[in-house]
Write a protein that binds this ligand. Sequence first.
Ligand SMILES: Cc1ncc(COP(=O)(O)O)c(C=O)c1O
Length: 369
Amino acid sequence: MASILDLIGNTPVVQTRRLDTGRASLFLKLENQNPGGSIKDRIALSMVEAAERQKKIQPGSLIVEATAGNTGLGLALVAAQKGYRLLIVVPDKMSQEKIFHLKALGAEVLLTRSDVTKGHPEYYQDKAARLARETPGAFYANQFANEANPWALEHTTGPEIWEQLGHQVDAVVCGVGTGGTLTGLSRFFAKVSPQTEMVLADPAGSILAPLVTTGKPPPKVGSWLVEGIGEDFVPPVCDLSRVRKAYSIPDREALLTCRELLRKEGVMAGTSWNSASQDPANQKFLASMKKAGVNPDQFSAQAYTGVIILAEAIQRSGGKTGREDIVAGLGKVKDLDTPLGKFSFTDSRDAKHEPSVQQVKDGKFQILQ
Ligand SMILES: Cc1ncc(COP(=O)(O)O)c(C=O)c1O
């Protein structure tokens, strides 16, 4: 390989062996095996290459991005290799691991508040956009609205999964941060296998799963501990139109499922791997997944193959997964003081603010500014 960047993509798929998946075959796409450690290496490269083609950057240019961490790490890898400067704006609930790692890669990191929403000047996306506007020659990568984001998933991850699973994919399960994964894979599977079911695994408190299941955003947005996924708005690149099944997964189940995956399969997933099971005790999620889009008669007659996108490695957010004090407190107390900081947990009944999404029309949503 000529460069570390050539190692981005072509990640392995592994089949689960010990998780109870019933008659379904469940595969994990190990995006944590990208050189920067997450699925975001792919979009970092495609966004930078698109900006180069469009002459928006040249060596030495400043790239600015708002990110929960992984896109920043991918961009830091790409920027360092290609000779760009990088400023990353990160919400302050993110893992220290990600922040130290970003700094080690040479990025400048600006922490901002995680308790404010879109439209607030301190909201990480608004802040990054403003800094990019105010800095002459700076390029705002803007993964939330950059078409090079879903493009990368449609043209790399999708075809890889299709080949790795031997052209037999009944369901794809992923979370939504920007929606790039969901949109890119939706587009790819709409072309090659329109019957493939897109399944959304969403943290409880996010508006996306309720939006899919009820057609309306919930009246309030909650907060959650899982990193990188869940939203209070529908990002411009996020196309939910092919999602028929969506699940709201509480933090406690998400963290416990990370542990279960690690112990049973030896797979080191970050917290956004929240999707294998809503409830490890009764495997509700897997039961639903087996049925997703397939009528039960048909299902009993055929094997069912699902793939879950595993976006990052446990090291990225594993501090939370392994922390007894955090896991024990989840679902029991609302405000938890831990050496990692104070966490407040809400569910839809005592959520904090209005969603930043207003209208639902033909599957389209209007974002409040
Ligand atoms: C850990 C993690 N999981 C999942 C995602 C979701 O990916 P996407 O932005 O493609 O929706 C992200 C990024 O936003 C992430 O950082």
